[in-house]
Design a protein around this ligand. Structure first.
Ligand code: AMP
Length: 305
């Protein structure tokens, strides 16, 4: 286990213009761990309820996700999120968020996780993200994600997390919401001032950018003609990004750029099916194929003026 992931492990009820799914396996830690498992050895810290299905445990085991830190609370139900997407599906509309087992969850981090090289704080209550961070001081790279739900309900705690991590990963609307500006580069600049080495701004179908102090790099999304369900795209991106960074073991500008490409590819597979249907059974060749496509789409010939 070299990448510790904390986040939601959930059942999702989702409606998109291409269909719906009831009580489908989801959650930020689920998507992130499955995506990262192609590059490193992830372990989850989280909780599920007594209703959590054996087949979902088996799916995570199939990807060799370490589950020692996943508690089962026999008195509770699993976290449940319900939402829908319309039109270009760039915006998730939440119908309900039932924290269930997460409402009273206090993480116990298995001893072997304390040595994790990297920590991915997936979208979950920021108090929980802080608790995990305080128990994993040896990590060389930490990344956090969040969403409007926590920015609105717990802005001070979200800021506390932002001040402690190496990489902030957030979508464009949420970056603007948090900083109170309508300019994405300005929002990224303000977030960098909190202390992070890099700020990643996700723009859904419009790609992703990474900002550092004096550095900037951007990639488009892969041009997919059919998106089935965008749920988990951000988490799969973060999982791919951190999975690659964990195995690369270097924090050079080139490593961050390659990780951005790997995250982009993992997100592209995620949105082509409900739940983890696509991302659970990829091959290295599938991943390489899209990395080549992305490289072709982003390499400029020499320009002489
Ligand atoms: P994404 O589409 O990458 O932002 O992630 C969607 C996943 O996040 C879904 O599988 C949900 O179960 C989960 N989710 C939705 N709302 C929350 C929340 N408030 N806290 C933690 N996880 C959530």
């Amino acid at each position: 286990m070299n990448l510790l992931i904390v986040g939601s492990v959930a059942y999702d009820t989702i409606k998109t213009p291409h269909g719906d799914a009831k009580m489908a396996l989801g959650g930020s830690a689920t998507y992130a761990s499955v995506a990262s498992s192609y590059f490193c050895h992830p372990g989850i810290v989280g909780v599920v309820g007594s209703d959590f299905r054996t087949r979902d445990i088996n799916l995570l085991k199939k990807r060799a996700v370490d589950l020692e830190g996943l508690q089962i609370d026999p008195r509770q139900k699993t976290f449940h999120w319900s939402g829908f997407y319309e039109g270009d599906m760039n915006q998730a509309n939440t119908i309900s968020t039932d924290l269930n087992a997460f409402a009273s969850f206090s993480p116990t981090i298995p001893q072997k996780y304390e040595k994790a090289k990297a920590v991915l704080l997936g979208n979950i209550h920021p108090a929980l993200q802080l608790e995990v961070l305080s128990q994993t001081k040896k990590a060389k790279l930490t990344l956090c994600d969040t969403m409007n739900f926590w920015i609105s309900s717990e802005p001070k705690l979200v800021e506390k997390v932002f001040r402690k991590v190496d990489v902030i990963c957030i979508n464009d609307g949420e970056a603007c919401q948090f900083t109170g500006t309508s300019s994405v580069p300005k929002a990224a600049g303000q977030l960098l001032k909190l202390g992070a080495k890099r700020v990643i701004i996700k723009r859904g179908a419009n790609g992703v950018s990474i900002f550092g102090k004096g550095s900037f790099f951007s990639l488009p999304a892969l041009p997919l003609t059919k998106v089935i369900d965008p749920t988990g795209a951000g988490d799969s991106f973060a999982g791919g990004f951190m999975g690659f960074m964990t195995s690369a073991g270097s924090q050079s500008e080139a490593s961050f750029q390659k990780a951005l490409a790997v995250g982009t590819v993992m997100a592209s597979y995620c949105v082509q099916g409900f739940s983890c249907k696509k991302t659970v059974s990829l091959t290295k060749a599938d991943i390489k194929k899209r990395l080549v496509e992305l490289k072709k789409a982003t390499t400029l010939p020499e320009i002489k003026l």
